[in-house]
Design a protein around this ligand. Structure first.
Ligand SMILES: [Mg+2]
Length: 266
């Protein structure tokens, strides 16, 4: 992994996050970070090898692993079943803490139902646009129809205006989302860091998209390690190529830690 020298960052020089620590609090985005994108979000699968990696990280950090995604917590659970990890869904609008308690951070306003209807009607007129109504947030995916980007932007801006200041527009890779204002991946990580088993640890956040910038800024502020996957401007201190490289980095870091611990014990 390379130190990202092109960006401003508070991360201290020489603090190589490559050496995996059992004292980390690991915050992991899913799509584009642990797994590659699929044409449709519901086509993504978590294979046994990745499950094993996540279980290993969970054990190695004494349970300080949380998934931080734009997906709903319900969707995250479906993907990682039978595991039920601490998780933040819908870009921080919902969060299941380390004690299993679910925190919902935004009341759904009436206008959100209208917005969902209007968006569904719009998508029905255009092939290959996918609407995902997540309850507290509303996504329009145009991965299968990138030429419709401008049109997608226009309708989402219009709906954002209709919804008012309680909601805001979040851009992502081939997706536009309306989500509650004031909640993001950074606020979710901040809340996790106040609670066991995360409190007192060094936060490490790995993500690939614009929504992850809030998380990077948060862990930079808390003196942790921010890791951006792939290209694009970022406030993250570190950069790694792709999801396969993330899995390899985590796996080898964990194994090295294990070997070192064995040696120290011998
Ligand atoms: Mg992602």
């Amino acid at each position: 992994m390379d130190r990202d020298s092109s960006q401003d960052t508070d991360a201290s020089e020489g603090a190589m996050p490559a050496a995996f620590s059992r004292e980390w609090a690991l915050f992991l985005d899913i799509d584009g970070t642990l797994v590659d994108f699929e044409a449709r979000p519901d086509a993504v699968r978590i294979n046994e090898r990745l499950m094993e990696l996540v279980r290993g990280l969970w054990a190695a950090t004494n349970g300080a692993v949380a998934l931080i995604s734009g997906r709903t917590v319900k969707e995250i659970d479906r993907l990682f079943a039978p595991l039920r990890l601490p998780a933040a869904g819908q870009h921080g609008a919902e969060r299941r803490a380390g004690d299993g308690k679910l925190h919902l951070h935004a009341p759904v306003i009436e206008r959100m139902y209208d917005a969902a209807d209007r968006l569904s009607c719009f998508a029905a007129q255009h092939r290959n646009l996918i609407v995902e109504n997540k309850g507290m947030s509303l996504a329009l995916h145009y991965r299968l129809a990138p030429h419709l980007r401008k049109l997608a932007e226009a309708i989402m801006h219009e709906l954002a205006e209709y919804l008012g200041s309680e909601y805001c527009l979040q851009e992502g890779k081939h997706v536009l989302e309306l989500k509650p204002s004031g909640r993001d991946k950074g606020t979710a990580i901040e809340e996790f860091m106040l609670e066991p088993p995360f409190a007192g640890r060094t936060p490490v956040f790995i993500g690939d998209d614009l929504t992850d910038e809030f998380g990077f800024a948060c862990v930079n502020r808390l003196g942790g390690h921010s890791v951006k996957v792939g290209s694009g401007a970022s406030v993250a201190a570190w950069r790694i190529a792709d999801a396969a490289a993330v899995r390899h980095w985590l796996r080898s870091g964990m194994e090295q830690r294990h070997d070192q611990d064995m040696e120290d014990r011998a």
